[in-house]
Design a protein around this ligand. Structure first.
Ligand SMILES: C[S@@+](CC[C@H](N)C(=O)[O-])C[C@H]1O[C@@H](n2cnc3c(N)ncnc32)[C@H](O)[C@@H]1O
Length: 406
């Protein structure tokens, strides 16, 4: 906390400007030079914060990240700005003008909500994390819209707010945030793996669902791996990807219970479930469609198959095949040039014949290590061509489909 306060003084601000973008390889030399004129503590706090800001730029962009403050766990756990902005827009469209952001972390979501014109009560029980969230709202000129409170969310009355947003802590390691984020210097990294049991979230998902039930609208951010059976009947479930990477699932309350959607950013493009039965298995067609991860997690492969007039390669695998090319934002299309049974030697010979020098390996339903296969079939990559090989099963049998983006 002292580090944060010191970094916000004129001396700290000037130091932060000076160490902006410092190459980690030169950190020691920079620190030695700066320590001649500034307290050693402040110099190391500034360098640590600069490192965190560099890491945060991927989520918040260089401009915002360069003004904000972070803790190691805070960067790690925060929502990326594109996803937070999309959710905040949805809140606005629902008519929400005030939100209780329960578990605000360093304020990734609170900032996006405030930027959408929503008044926010941002709550975190970790003193440093709450102080960082407050500093961030101030640095970004949003202090009028964001009230930060250091408290346990289970003790907060949300009655005066249109909506509740909960983004529980999902990491392993010590259960209290304070123990893991006692520094703003960026020395450590979040430790421990993801917790997939929603009851092990802090606070547990069941508490968040109950809190959601008390508000007119609510959104609960959960891991994208949440099993569909764990989605309460009263919720809509939305899986969100950004640039093709699945980022999160959100359980919405006060919208359409039972609805399932996949939303692809930056679009946004949203595919909603129509309750279709699983698509039929059919022979390999001229095209293969690889659905976006959010579509797969949302179990909406049937909706994509219907859109492209296709079927499945295998009953258990999320690859769609069709005879026609029907571009869709929800799946990447490939033209299939060859269909072979799984055989490394045959693939190697085919790649040589086609003069393939660059091979992309994709797999679903195959235990083969892509890197290992690439080493075997292209030991000395040369040749002007490029290709994509899909290692998968076709009607139950291991197969290789060679193709290229359509
Ligand atoms: C995943 S982070 C929130 C990230 C945030 N949405 C963002 O974008 O920056 C979860 C936060 O919940 C806080 N937390 C966990 N349990 C809590 C509780 N019972 N009361 C208040 N805060 C809690 C942790 O300290 C942590 O900062």
């Amino acid at each position: 906390m002292n580090d944060l306060n010191a970094l916000r003084t004129p001396e700290g601000t000037a130091l932060l400007d000076e160490v902006r973008g410092t190459d980690p390889a030169h950190e020691l030399a920079v620190a030695t030079r700066l320590r001649r004129e500034h307290p050693a503590e402040l110099v190391s706090a500034a360098l640590g914060q600069a490192r965190l800001r560099q890491r945060a730029a991927a989520k918040f962009g260089t401009e915002d990240a360069g003004r904000m403050f972070f803790t190691p766990n805070g960067v790690e756990q925060s929502t990326r700005a594109s996803v937070a902005a999309y959710r905040a827009r949805r809140m606005r469209e629902l008519g929400v003008t005030s939100v209780a952001d329960l578990c605000c972390g360093i304020g990734g979501d609170a900032i996006a909500l405030a930027r959408a014109g929503i008044r926010v009560l941002a709550v975190d029980r970790d003193p440093l994390t709450a102080a960082v969230a407050r500093a961030n709202a101030e640095e970004l000129g949003l202090a009028d819209l964001v009230e930060v409170r250091e408290a346990d969310v289970t003790e907060v009355d949300t009655a005066g707010y249109d909506a509740v947003f909960v983004d529980p802590a999902r990491r392993g390691g010590p259960s209290r945030g304070a123990a893991r984020s006692a520094s703003v210097r960026g020395g450590g990294r979040a430790t421990g793996g993801r917790i997939f049991d929603p009851e092990a979230y802090s606070p547990p998902l069941s508490w968040a669902v109950e809190a959601a039930g008390k508000a007119r609208h609510a959104a609960l951010k959960v891991a994208p791996g949440i099993p569909h059976e764990a989605v309460p009947d009263t919720a809509e479930a939305e899986w969100i990807s950004d640039g093709g990477d699945v980022k999160e699932a959100v359980l919405w309350f006060g919208t359409e219970p039972g609805l399932v959607r996949a939303t692809l950013l930056p679009g946004p493009r949203t595919l909603t479930g129509r309750g279709l039965a699983d698509p039929a298995v059919r022979p390999v067609g001229r095209f293969l469609y690889e659905p976006d991860g959010a579509v797969i997690r949302a179990h909406l492969v049937a909706e994509v198959a219907e859109e492209v007039g296709g079927g499945l390669l295998d009953a258990t695998i999320a690859y769609v095949t069709a005879d026609e090319l029907r571009p869709t934002p929800y799946a990447s299309a490939y033209e299939i040039t060859d269909h072979l049974p799984f055989n490394v030697k045959k693939l190697k010979a085919l790649l040589r014949e086609r003069e393939v020098g660059v091979l992309t390996v994709k797999k679903r339903g195959s235990a083969v290590e892509p890197e290992e296969l690439r080493r075997k079939v292209l030991p000395k990559p040369h040749g002007p061509g490029s290709a994509t090989v899909f290692l998968t099963r076709v009607a139950g049998a291991p197969a290789m489909l060679l193709g290229r983006p359509a």
